[in-house]
Design a protein around this ligand. Sequence first.
Ligand code: TGC
Ligand code: FAD
Length: 391
Amino acid sequence: MMAERTGPLQLLDLDSLLSEDERAVRDLVRRIADDTIRPYVADWFAGGDPPVRELARQLGTAGLLGMRLSGYGCAGASAVAYGLTCMELEAADSGVRSLASVQGSLAMYAIWRYGSEEQKQEWLPRMAAGEVIGCFGLTEPDHGSDPGSMTTRARRDGADWVLTGDKMWITNAPVADVAVIWARTDQGIRGFLVPLPTPGVTVSRISDKLSLRASATGEIVLDDVRLPQEALLPGAEGLKAALSCLNEARYGIVWGALGAARDCLETTIEYAVTREQFGRPIAGFQLTQAKLADMTVELDKGFLLALHLGRLADTGRLRPEMVSVGKLNNVREALAIARECRAILGANGISGAYPVMRHAVNLESVLTYEGTSEIHTLVIGQRLTGLSAFT
Ligand code: TGC
Ligand code: FAD
């Protein structure tokens, strides 16, 4: 007999922990995702060339780009509202959340926090509206987890700066109008705003990805790129400035990964209650129910962790190692959920007709970018022991 059913995030009445305004933002983003992303995203993923400009305008019109920032056309939303937004976008696809993360939490945040007033006025309002797309170039082909060893250089030449180097795996790069580029100078690592196109800059698309295909990823090669002094982000001094931007984006991922996991789990429960083998729904087997229950417990624990971090952020108490706890746990558990769901769907689990395999392969990127699991483990270990195990 079929008893009453409850959704995995409804089980603990987690909604009651959100304010009315927070629920309203969540519902708005869910509607946008349902109307303008979900019906098309499987095709974008298959084609590997998503309509980033159009998407950015839609997200900008809804006030979702750089939404945590204040002024310059930004929404000034709370950390929890931003987290819920990431969750709903990533429930559609990690690549779409990545577009918003890189635009708002990396490129816009770098300008907002470290830029001059002129730079903020020039770029932020158009970026918030989604008219201008930004990217963030920290990683290099030979320096990913260890950006402090970067070899991209910026040297003074009269009043100008001249940049040479190679930035790899850069989200939004193939369509970007401006790149935040981190480079080594005689005064340490500094951040620069590079308008695109600029002579000496070559951007190429990385098209052989098997993950995050609904996101544009590229390489940026800088060959004696001459920039005026005004291209320097005046407040961005040292690797610390670049890493401070990552905290923002990593926080969004703590929530976003849960969105992908939730979509997998909801899809799988619907599948399992209707798919019959041995004369009964596979959801009726105890082994299947154990899997569904375990995944729900992890999803709900991840939500509580994300919400705790959000409340800390909204009261100015969030520290980088706390974000590492969230990124490590929630991405690891989301990936485990996606893989388990994939198996419950059997052969259909590998089909593009269901979102599960797409989420699973996307989460492989999410596990790696914004600090791998190993890096976040070592951040936590350093905080616990006072000893750095990075080198
Ligand atoms: P270390 O000596 O530990 O630190 C250098 C200075 O930075 C400070 N710091 C931080 N500050 C703010 N936030 C953080 N999260 C910080 N982490 C460190 C630190 O206190 C120090 O300050 P000071 O005053 O002493 O100078 O530096 P290290 O070279 O040993 O490296 C530490 C490590 C490994 C944690 C860091 O390099 C790291 O996080 N590596 C991972 C790199 C990474 O995550 N890259 C992401 C690139 S962007 C991206 O992936 C976008 S994906 C698209 C999407 O988001 O959707
Ligand atoms: P590596 O650093 O070479 O690491 C390889 C393996 O070694 C990992 O498992 C790692 O955990 C492990 N390892 C490394 N050091 C240690 C250690 N000390 N102890 C134990 N294990 C260790 N970067 C940007 O700057 N901007 C972007 O917009 C951006 N977008 C991305 C989009 C996608 C789709 C992807 C896949 C990546 C993106 N990245 C971006 C790059 C991303 O941040 C890096 O891939 C990530 O930081 C890891 O670097 P790596 O790939 O060079 O791996």
